[in-house]
Design a protein around this ligand. Sequence first.
Ligand code: SF4
Length: 185
Amino acid sequence: MSQDSRPAPQIGPSPEGVDGQGFFLTTVEKAVGMARKNSLWPLPFATSCCGIEFMATMGSHYDLARFGSERPSFSPRQADLLMVMGTVAKKLGPVLKQVYEQMAEPRWVLAVGACASTGGIFDTYSVLQGIDKVIPVDVYVPGCPPRPEQIIDGLIKIQELVQSEHLGRRNSPEYKALLASYGIE
Ligand code: SF4
């Protein structure tokens, strides 16, 4: 008997709309949201132990590919989800910011684990006390290390944000003010 305890993929129902025999009517925004949600391309920025948990998450047992994210990109220009996993030293902060800036909009950020979220146990002069000191973060995954199930839960929360995001958000004054607060144009 199968002992598969993996969470089911969250492709989700069709967007809200009007359907009938042979047709389905919805808005462009909802269709785009559904497409983006199910085709996220992650950029793994893994610096230490949490990166190992990410490797397990990508492996056959947990299989992040089931969520449409089977194509990790190591080129920022071809990724729209920055997954930061591990301890980030202050010296690495500008590098992380540069990677973020090289990603095209729309882009999202997942901070995986205590170190990426808050500096974790490394409350020292040399460690960044959370990546949100240098770039905006959309979802935080707690844990030291978080289990693959938690990373998947974080991805699902990112998917929910992606699906419901207003198409004009990236051009809104609020979003531009958010980027400006990080010194990003
Ligand atoms: S949160 Fe824990 S497991 Fe993850 S990188 Fe930091 S020390 Fe390692």
